[in-house]
Design a protein around this ligand. Sequence first.
Ligand SMILES: *Cc1c(COP(=O)(O)O)cnc(C)c1O
Length: 412
Amino acid sequence: MTKSEMYLKEAKQWAANNYKPLDVVLERGQGAWVWDVDGKKYLDCLSAYSAVNQGHCNPTIAAAAKAQLDRLTLTARAFHNDQMGPFLHQICELAGFPKALPMNTGAEGVETAMKAVRKWGYKVKKIPEGKAEIIGFEGNFHGRTITVISWSSEAQYKDGFGPLTPGFKLVKFGDADALEKAITPNTAGVIIEPIQGEGGVIVPPAGYLKRVREICTKHNVLMVADEVQTGLARTGKMFACQWENVKPDAMILGKALAGGMYPVSMFLATEEVMGVFQPGDHGSTFGGNPLGAAIGRAALDVLVKENLADRAHELGEWFMGELRKIKSDSIKEVRGKGLLIGVEMHVEAGTARPYCEELARRGVLCKETHDQVVRFAPPLTVEKKDLEWALTAIREVLSMNFGKKPAMAGAR
Ligand SMILES: *Cc1c(COP(=O)(O)O)cnc(C)c1O
């Protein structure tokens, strides 16, 4: 039995069955590369769903983490600490918001946004008590809490978890008119992913975010951007909303905010929106803790100093161009922005899963999203020559056909 097989067997015996990972057991990472317990090397093209934008074990971030581990790790919000203020200052200036509320996971950041939107609806917009609505989008992903899954359009995310939280509406992503039609006097806010990541890397039509902004302003509805996955340089701008010069009323960040070394999320908002929170309204034992804050400060430094947004843009344009050149009847579409790229496979060519398994065998780690899409989202520190190396395997694998029928009728 290989070491990998041993660990796989152990995990299978003891772990809940709520995930279906690839059969790869990793023990070490550096930059865009990771190694398994049997010494095999892989190029990471997932980046823990964009949480390690700064690269695995980024030395700058690791140094900050190690230093802070010996100083102070947790005070809870009962007391102040000397890391949280500077961290919030830094992220507020970077994102262009006057106020920030730190949490831990992305889902908690989204929950915070929902609370803020509802409370703003009642206290500022004067929506009748208990009537506030939040509008979301079909195909969204915002996390896994009961309230967050309550407005998912994915049946499996909700099955067996009711009763669900009321007060949500879903409209078609990419259709601004549908959004405007769904707004009522009781609509408090809209929460939107600028690009739907888990939904299959769905890029809305050009000008859509701008229209959403205009519609929200016109109807006195808050626009909240969930940039947990698209934010922090992933799409080639620091925040994906910047592609259309759109300034939301509030924003949620997570994932890469601490470079994959710690769970840190953030709700950022205008004075008016954040002003609805009073002491005791909301909180978290670990939110704003000095260890997470010190790591977050270094993680932001790396994004800015290493100019990772421009790097994502340049590498992404080139890489997506190379993917589009692949002549394969199995590929339906290549889409994305920066280094958030999805390759949708034809249903007839099988699901994305066997393609990911075959890529892993050749040393390229990807994970399928939504059955048909292979996502490519390497750390933004990845070298062009590493992606060139991966392309050899990618070209071969994406030209295969794991379906029973030819990909396109009459093509073969
Ligand atoms: C991953 C993700 C979340 C949830 O983050 P967790 O840290 O897993 O709770 C929320 N929104 C978006 C857009 C995400 O991609």
